[in-house]
Ligand binder design. Structure first.
Ligand code: BG6
Length: 468
């Protein structure tokens, strides 16, 4: 929900509209918004390529078709009519004068920076100098810094020209189902809300597995690694939503306050409880530096020292070249006591609650039943696509939220700084990198990390087996 007074954008300006993200995500998101009649402003694309607006429209059409999105010419024509294009060098003040001539300086603009992070601050400073920020919002892609110091520096430069409520830090996991609405799921269901703490929950596992390697992103990825690429941002943002207290109201800061409280209650990660791995063959990926020690897999243990979660171990794992593409959150309950009336002496296994984020968002409740004197798992499953309809795509949701000024789906600065603080010891003392075979669940040491706890479970896959 937009905060009172947040105005809908009158113009969307996309820096980097000829780049990869636009091709893979943004055009499709805009097209889907157009189809749902949720787009009602012009779009100005800005990039360095010297192309015409007709070329841009062709590229947009091709990009949308390539995503497999059903293509409706009438919808696309409406979108195409909104597009205009300006090429130039983002470090050149003249570009901003041209933008100002096209847009005027008093429009409620959304500037979306799909640009390398090193350009975030220079672009925003240039927009400021040209007087373009008075009524604007600025959305920046991840990563926001590469450690706590650089995140603070970047923030200081942005805040020199923007108010916090003008900055939207994009983390596309916050636009996914069921992440985007998890507070509803958690707190509107007594069944879940009542068992969502240390009294009932013994452990939390979060898995983000990808069944492909680094492919053509070698030089980007090699300077980042799994911890910075997906844990500091995506997985910790998800964890905060899973662990937070209920927001006290509908405002943007009500939700972000609760997320920030979770992070503030988390001690820095302990390198002794972190395992890094790298799939065999990574060193040969083009762009990977000789002697690189970058990890493509990371598993770690975290804790939240607050009333709700104290003593509940939290295990996260993320990796490339694993057996499946699947992201899930899994909560294990405590075991029930031995029950004298049961024929078998063995205590019943734990229940598990699984929230699947990708692919096919859904929820599973894993219970036990007796089958001829033997405990058997039984599952209550909901595929949200099946039960609720096709989910809104993450970038579609986030672009719309950015345009209407709904900041709940964006990461606030304090959370970002806290997450860098939490992972800092792991960046400072990275430890050895174990080799694992592509198609395995990472190095053996990742199993050792959970020794004495719940072992890593095979993720819950959509019916019909693994999907993309
Ligand atoms: C990105 C990472 O932020 O998220 C990629 O840079 C990763 O390495 C991607 O593959 C995963 O996103 P999704 O939406 O495909 O699960």
């Amino acid at each position: 929900m937009a905060e009172r007074g947040a105005a809908t954008s009158e113009l969307l300006v996309i820096f980097g509209i000829t780049g990869d993200l636009a091709r893979k995500m943004t055009f499709r998101a805009l097209y889907r918004l157009e189809r749902r009649n949720l787009l009602d402003c012009p779009i100005l694309g800005v990039a360095s390529d010297d192309i015409s607006v007709e070329d841009l429209v062709d590229r947009a059409g091709e990009a949308i078709r390539k995503t497999g999105e059903p293509f409706d010419d009438a919808v696309f024509d409406r979108l195409a009519k909104r597009l205009s294009y300006l090429h130039g060098d983002v470090n050149d003040a003249a570009l901003y004068d041209q933008i100002a001539q096209r847009t005027g300086t008093d429009r409620q603009c959304l500037y979306y920076l799909e640009m390398p992070p090193s350009l975030f601050a220079p672009i925003v400073e240039n927009l400021g100098r040209a007087g373009l920020l008075t009524r604007a919002r600025v959305a920046v892609e991840k990563p926001f810094g590469h450690d706590l110091t650089s995140a603070r520096e970047l923030n200081a430069r942005l805040r020199a020209v923007l108010r916090e409520e003008q900055i939207l830090r994009v983390d596309h996991f916050l636009g996914k189902e069921p992440v985007a609405d998890v507070e509803g799921l958690r707190f509107a269901n007594t069944t879940l809300a009542e068992l969502w703490d240390r009294r009932s929950i013994a452990e939390i596992h979060i898995t983000m597995a990808e069944n492909f390697g680094v492919e053509d992103r070698g030089s980007f990825y090699d300077s980042v690694g799994a911890l910075r690429d997906v844990v500091q941002n995506h997985l910790l943002q998800v964890l905060a939503l899973i662990a937070m207290e209920p927001p006290v109201g509908p405002g943007d800061d009500d939700l972000n306050d609760k997320k920030a409280e979770v992070f503030r209650a988390m001690p820095p990660a302990d390198p002794a409880h972190c395992v890094r791995g790298r799939y065999r063959g990574y060193a040969d990926v083009p762009g990977v530096a000789d002697g690189s020690q970058t990890e493509t897999f990371v598993a770690l243990r975290l804790q939240i020292e607050n009333w709700r979660w104290s003593g509940v171990p939290i295990f996260l794992r993320a990796g490339k070249a694993l057996p499946q593409r699947v992201t899930e959150v899994r909560l294990f309950t405590h075991r029930v006591p031995a029950l004298a009336f049961m024929p078998q002496r063995e205590r019943a296994p734990r229940n598990q609650i699984v929230l699947r984020i990708d692919p096919d968002p859904g929820m599973r409740l894993q219970l036990v039943a007796q089958d001829d004197g033997v405990w058997r798992d039984v599952h209550l499953d909901s595929s949200f696509t099946h039960d609720l309809g096709e989910p809104i795509q993450p970038y579609e949701r986030l672009l719309h939220a950015a345009m209407v000024g709904d900041r709940r789906l964006f990461a606030r600065e304090d959370s970002i700084e806290e997450t860098w603080r939490i992972v800092a010891p792991l960046l400072e003392h990275p430890g050895v990198v174990h080799t694992y075979e592509p198609g395995s669940w990472g190095p053996d040491a990742a199993q050792a990390l959970v020794r004495g706890h719940r072992s890593w479970q095979d993720p819950w896959l959509p019916e019909g087996g693994p999907t993309q």
